[in-house]
Design a binder for this molecule. Sequence first.
Ligand SMILES: [Mg+2]
Length: 314
Amino acid sequence: MKATVEQIKGGLWGLIIGDALGVPVEFKPRLYLKQYPVTGMQGKGTYDQPSGTWSDDSSLTLCTVESLLGGFDVNDIGRRFVQWHKKGLWTPYGEVFDIGSTTAQALRQIENGIDPAQAGLNDEWSNGNGSLMRILPLAFILDGLPEGEKFERIRQVSSITHAHKRSVAACYIYVKFVEKLIETSDKQLAYIQMQNEVREFLPSKIGDDEYKHFYRIVEDDISTFPESEIYSSGYVVYTLEAALWSFLTTGRFEDAVLTAVNLGEDTDTTGAITGGLAGTYYGYQAIPDEWINSLARRDDIEQLIERFAEKYGG
Ligand SMILES: [Mg+2]
């Protein structure tokens, strides 16, 4: 089923909002945020940026969105990532202030002439959340393709920087969940449907040894775990768990993203990934105008998202 314009706009704006809410408190421990919780857009903090500043999560998502306006071309996406890295394409103020180490290494490979499809790191230690944080647009463009082809496209886009099976699987699970959120108005039902489809398809693709890293998400119910067992570091599995947990245990867009950010540590990315889910589910209208209006380059983002939503929305 195609996403509606409202769902696509909600998801993409939601991701950027979650990122921007998290930027000022990135790396803050959970205990600190218990005492000084984030309650809205704020400036200063970790990178000493103005309120409404978003980071690499949004930049690379917007590069992907812009590329997909011309159709699906992994090399083109990779080239835009390099433009971001070298020239500040889709940055708030023309320069990159936040980049993950795996992404930096992979983009240097592309800059040195390696094909984007071969550039991503493939070792077990390269499983940070750097591809998960930018995979959302794929959830809006794969409607109607056979499952194997959907997985393959997600794999290719993740692998520009993160080529290990675990990163690819995390991206696949996230995209499947967004797909189910598009189809149903009951998020618990969407979660169960996602689990059923992932269980059928994923083990044969990545092997049982790898699949077991996703048990808490796919074979259990992550929303029933206490907060003390939800981790919010930059490890891709933990980030996906934290985002699902923040979304499933709350009932409004604002609560979902603020819960995610206030888990601490990798706040901007946990916020972004949660914002993508919550924005798609609750829709664009549910996102406070005040937050959208505070974002750096608000008008540029709006133009891009409108074009994308018109092209892919149903
Ligand atoms: Mg970031």
